[in-house]
Ligand binder design. Structure first.
Ligand code: KMH
Ligand code: ZN
Length: 277
């Protein structure tokens, strides 16, 4: 079986720097985290940025600087979040593409998100999917619930394949309001991928909070890839806070090697995902 594509999601939009001091929020912190995670086996970085106040932002100038810095200092595939924070307007989320990343996320439906709602209207999804293709940016379709896979099948049927022609999805599991982060749910989602989507579709998975390890281990066993990082996981083990994103990437890489599916080199990941030159 092929190697494991490891994505690191180092920051997210939900945690506060004041409560999680190890969270990378400045450009310097993000770049050094990315470099170290690449050395440990990550091949994609899923990026949410913060402003000078350490709060989430979709400021286009900062996004462009971030893409440039990550390109200059790493060989990682740069994936910008188009999801942002639950409060971000659709117009700002679409403008993320103007920073010209290699990839961007594209969430396949609305989902309750803790006490909030992460809104993704059908028309917005179609617009994002179309603009991604026009800009030659490879999407990572974010799947928070099983129904999002049916929506993705409908999207591809009505509006065609993404840039590069390859479909890659990421199961974000264990969000309060979305699908549970159990082995059984992951297997059901993988079966839906096989039933509904093109035959060469690849999937990765991440489990929020305490679902991190069951999701990671099941994804490895089911032929899936991995996303890890402090966007999703702040506790390493019982009563043990995560020290750094590197700690999570190192654990994922070790378990992938144990499963005989070692971390995929970046060049191989670029070919798999059909990233533009
Ligand atoms: N922060 C969440 C509201 C994405 O990056 O595209 C959305 C999210 C998904 O994290
Ligand atoms: Zn994200």
């Amino acid at each position: 079986m092929a190697g494991t594509l490891i994505t690191v999601a180092p920051t997210g939009a939900e945690s506060k720097k004041s409560e999680v001091p190890a969270l990378p929020v400045t450009l310097a912190e993000l770049v050094s985290t990315a470099k170290e995670c690449e050395a440990l086996g990550a091949s994609v970085v899923h990026v949410h940025i913060r402003g000078a106040d350490a709060e989430p932002t979709l400021d286009l100038g900062r996004l462009k600087d971030t893409v440039a810095a990550l390109r200059a200092e790493t060989n990682l595939i740069v994936q910008l979040s188009s999801g942002g924070a639950v409060t971000d307007p659709e117009s700002d989320r679409l403008r993320v593409l103007e920073a010209e990343p290699d990839m961007a996320s594209c969430t396949m439906g609305t989902v309750n998100f803790g006490d909030d709602v992460f809104a993704n209207r059908w028309e917005f999804i179609v617009e994002l999917h179309t603009r991604l293709r026009d800009a030659k940016i490879v999407p990572e379709y974010e799947i928070f619930d099983l129904g999002h896979l049916a929506s993705l099948a409908r999207l591809l049927d009505k509006h065609g394949l993404p840039f590069g022609g390859h479909v890659h999805v990421d199961f974000v599991m264990g969000v309060p309001g979305g699908m549970s982060g159990s082995a059984q749910t992951l297997v059901a989602a993988a079966n839906e991928v096989r039933t509904l989507l093109p035959a060469d579709t690849t999937f990765a998975a991440t489990g929020i909070g305490r679902t991190t390890l069951p999701v990671l281990l099941t994804s490895l066993a089911a032929g899936g890839h991995l996303r890890v990082g402090m966007e999703d996981t702040l506790t390493y083990a019982r009563r043990q806070p995560v020290e750094s994103n590197m700690q999570l990437v190192a654990r994922a890489a070790g378990l992938a090697r144990l499963a005989q599916r070692p971390p995929m080199p970046v060049a191989e990941a670029r070919a798999l995902l059909h990233i533009r030159d």
